[in-house]
Every structure is written in C-alpha cells, then in structure tokens.
Design a protein around this ligand. Sequence first.
Ligand code: NFE
Ligand code: MG
Length: 478
Amino acid sequence: MPVLHVAIDPVTRIEGHLKVEIAVDTLNGVQQVVDAHCVGTLFRGFERILAGRDPRDAPIITSRVCGVCPTSHALAAVLALDRACNVLPPETARLMRNLVHGACYLESHLLHFYLLCLPDFIRGPAMAPWQPRWDVGDRFDAATAALLLQHYLAAIDMRRKAHEMGAVYGGKLPHTPAYIAGGFTAVAHAEGNARLQALLTEITAFIEGTYLPDVERVAAFFPEYFTLGKGCGNLLSFGVYEEDAAGTSKLFRAGRMPAGAAGPLPVDVDRIIEHVRHAWYDQATTGLNPAQGETVPQYPKPPGYSWLKAPRYDGAVYECGPLARMTVNGWYQGGVSVMDRHRARAHEALRVAHAMETWLAALPVQRSAYVPCALPATAETAGLTEAPRGALGHWLRIENGKIAHYQIVTPTCWNLSPRDDQGTLGTLEQALVGTPIQNVDQPLEALRVIHSIDPCLDCATHVVRPDRIASEREGART
Ligand code: NFE
Ligand code: MG
C-alpha cells in the first residue's frame, strides 16, 4: 500500500492556528504514523510590534499574545522589567502575582482536560460543539459517559469561577493590567480575600473530587495511551511561583531531565538557540540565542513550513509543560505519554491550588504592593517563568529608554517546533511518529496525541457565531 498523506487542517480544540500533516504507512502489520509536520499557519509578529515602544507597555502588549496564558506573559515581562529597574517586588506583590497566575493555571488546566480533550474520548450529545465529529467509539459504559458529560458542563462553570478568582485582584481576566514593574497595582482587602478563598475552596474541591478521578476514569478505559505519544523524552522547566522576593526559591524549581537522566540538571538559558531553517524566517537569523534573536519573516522560503521557530537546548529537542514541571520536581514519577501528560496536569492543578491557599493566608490587607522604580535608559535583561503549557521566556534590551529588542520563546515553540537545522523533528512531531491509526479518514489517535500536549499557536479572544455571515462575524469579536 502507498504511504498515505493526511492533513488535519485546522486542528480544532486548541488555541490558535495549527495544521498537522502526517504520513501513514503499514509497518509490521500495523497502520501507523511514519512522519509528521507541525505547521503554525499564522504570523503575528508581537516581537516587532514591541520595538521602539516604552518598555512599561510590554506587560500590557505581550499579554495579548494569548487569551489562555496572558497572565504568564504579563509576568514574564514584569520580571524582566523588575531586573531592568533593579528592584525587588514587595512581599504583597509576590503573593498577588502568584495568586492571579495560579488562577490562570487552574482555568487553563480545567479548560484543557474537559473542553479541549474530553470530546476525543466520549461521544457527547448530537449537537454543537460535539458535532460535526469523528467517531470516537463507545468504550465507556453509559453511566460513566453520562457522568463525564455532566462534569464537562460543571467544568465550564469552574473555569468561569477560576477567571473570577483571578479578577479579584487582577482587575479583569483575561489580560490583567495589574502586573507592573516594581509590584502589583491592587491592594488586598478583607472582602477580596474572603471572595478569593470561597472560590478557591470550591475549585479545589472540584479538582480533588472530580478532575483527578475523571482523568483516572479516562485512563482506565484508554490504557494504551500510557504508551503512545512519547516524543523526545527530554523535559525542561524554567521554574515558576516565586517563594521569595528575588525568586531564588520557587514552588516549581527550574531544571531539565534529558531522557534517562537520574535527576534534574540545571538550566542555563545561554545554551538556548532558535533554528529557522524549516520556519518562514530569514536563514541569516538562525542559531541565535533569544538575547540576540531576530524576527525577520520570509515567506515562502523553502524548506520552511511553519511560522514557529525551533528552540533547542544544547542542540537538543525538549518538551515542556506540566509533565516536565512535575517530573523535574520529583512530584510525578511516570513515563512520557498522552495519559502521563493528563495525569501530571491534574496533579499539578491540585498542587497549585494548595499553594494558593498558603499565599492567600499570608496576604496582608491594606498594604501597598508597589515600590517606586525608574527604568534605566539602557538595560539588557530577561524574564523567565512557566506558563500553564511550559517554559516561557521574554528577552528585552532597552536603549534610549525604549525597547530596542524583544524576543519571546513560548512553550508551544518548544513543543510544536518544526524540524531544526539538523533535520531533527520537533517534540510533537516525534510524539506522533509510531501512533497507530485505525482510520486514515479520521486519525483520531493522532488527535489525542496532539491534544495531550495542549498546543497554543497564538491567541485572540474571539466569539464565533456560525449563524452570522462573515462581515457580521467580524463585528462580533470581543
Ligand atoms: Ni497561548 Fe501559552 C501557555 C504561553 S503557549 S497558551 O501556557 O506562553 O504558547
Ligand atoms: Mg519568538
């Protein structure tokens, strides 16, 4: 049989614009993926938008990179600005930054499992957003399927409450304006703390009593997914949730675990470079560390096939995200697979919720969360953190008081990179190879692998009304 080429275009139930092309062949009697290309299909150019602007605009503008992880971008930007100003945020700011970021994690993880992934496993009712759909089969007994569906609906409410929780001090979500160099704009108050605690208690109970058991329910019916979707097996975390003002101690430590390593190794960001041979950027800009990196689009450009660059650490491919964070910290001991990603993400959600409890208990009321600080005319700095999907870095150079250079490397660039200059496949591309495919017209198994890594190609906060014509739909954007 000839090798079949299949495109999933667009991949839905993700954030952003993604096409995945797979080649399917029969090896040893099993029809399976033998090659894969991940194609980011939209150029956005935030790094170019930032050039020449006031550095204090960076948290506000970069937060618009994405509607699912805006808080992480705002945080990365202010961490870079704090360093540029040579200021340490007060304790109150550290706690409020952590709390709003934590709310973002909980919202994102609930969204991912229930709204983005569960429809790959259960059939759901014959209505939107469950239709049109691929045939997911009917492994679940009727009672379990009904329970999961009920929890899917409950998760929508929990997600809203997680956003509300972040908005108590974030002011609004997504795209909080509260993260500023030198601290945080809000002042905590008794009523806010009580509101936050009430929401946190409810969401924590949902994670513990519903989300974690639901992951185990799905895992019990789909055990083969503990062996599928492995990828490169190298795990990377920049560390997140400052436990002291300088960020020398973090809830999730920084570290990396190359496949087979006995324990985590340190992360030296100087060893990161981005390749662009297979991305639509000028080849003269390949192999640069983000501190020097450039964003020079060139389309078309053979052999480019994606708008994502290919970040590499010491030349190697890495996976980042909840599984990487949890494994690097020794809090998850499993493999690297579709189900390990779901399980680690759910356990991480509970850990973050518990940590939020301690930050909230320590948060003093009616105390300023800001220390006045001034930006220097010249600085070179970086802000590193972890977004829900993994390692996030902002690299910033200030000249004449303006942004002279800005580079962002997102988790999805690590996880969905195209091939690098050596031709080595990106993490998800590797994870797809070897995935058995029953029906090439509906490569559901590949979709489960893709979704497990939680791609975010970019984000815009859109409302789509399929009953409206295109021009009206434009006006319906929020
Ligand atoms: Ni748009 Fe994001 C996260 C970041 S992944 S969701 O988490 O940074 O590119
Ligand atoms: Mg970039």
